[in-house]
Design a protein around this ligand. Sequence first.
Ligand SMILES: *Cc1c(COP(=O)(O)O)cnc(C)c1O
Length: 308
Amino acid sequence: MSSIFLPPPTQQIHSHITQNAGVELSVLRLDLMHPWVNGNKWFKLKYNLLEAKKMNFNTLLTFGGAYSNHIFATAAAGKLFGFHTIGVIRGEERLPQNPTLSFAVQQSMQLVYCDRTSYKQRNTPELHAQLREHYGEIFIIPEGGSNLNGVRGCTEILKETGDFDVICIACGTGTTFAGILLSLAQKQRAIAFPILKNGEFLQTEIATLWQSYLAAGLLAPNNSPPSWELICNYHFGGYAKVNNELLKFTQQFQQTHGIPLDYVYTAKMFYGVMDLLKQGFFSKGDRILLIHTGGLQGNLGMQQRLII
Ligand SMILES: *Cc1c(COP(=O)(O)O)cnc(C)c1O
């Protein structure tokens, strides 16, 4: 299964900001592993797909918003690995289809629209029973691939990366970050940048995910309590909100370093790290690794909405 994917390259960033801060800054390019099935969404899908295969399911059903990186990745991964896929999309159908959903349909995903009230039931056994009654034998993957299989896949993100002191990552549900924490070496620390407003709630979410992973008897590569923190003030107003400063930063970053960032997640984390570097937040000599979690497909839809 893994042979289709390129090992993610690590790329170093040189700028006067890193020079002044006396740090070494690198980017782990999970966005380059595969044209469509990439980023953290692949890691979150991996063990879900393996479990579905093992249990002889032919159909995957999952949930997401109309611009969801997870829907995009599930559609492509399903096609690649021989599953029929059903995407339950939050909200009403809008035509013409946005680039995310038209891609999903090209990958033979069957789309089902779900009003926002019913969508809130997406994690309940009642709705799952209804879906099974309607669609038959389906393997249900939660929104974003955010379950313990998802965490398990994310414990493999740092595999074969070099020697780093600090790992930085953008954070939505915290599933990916929990996987990172479970694989952190003793001397490493990790920083999560929530892209939601009021991201402080993730403090307990992440701790709970970490504990349930260990409680499930899934062996962590390293289960000593990790050293980590949340930095909550780079959300730019909340989920998928952007301003001119963030847009300008993203464009300049790509021009200067040749690395495209997505506006919803990675741009906010990269902005935050560069800003913290200017403030002297990191220690001299720190070797910092930023995880590029992918999500670039979402920029098309964002560009259409913003007309940029
Ligand atoms: C989904 C996503 C995240 C957030 O992942 P969580 O596991 O929900 O924290 C980060 N970056 C990108 C590009 C994503 O698509």
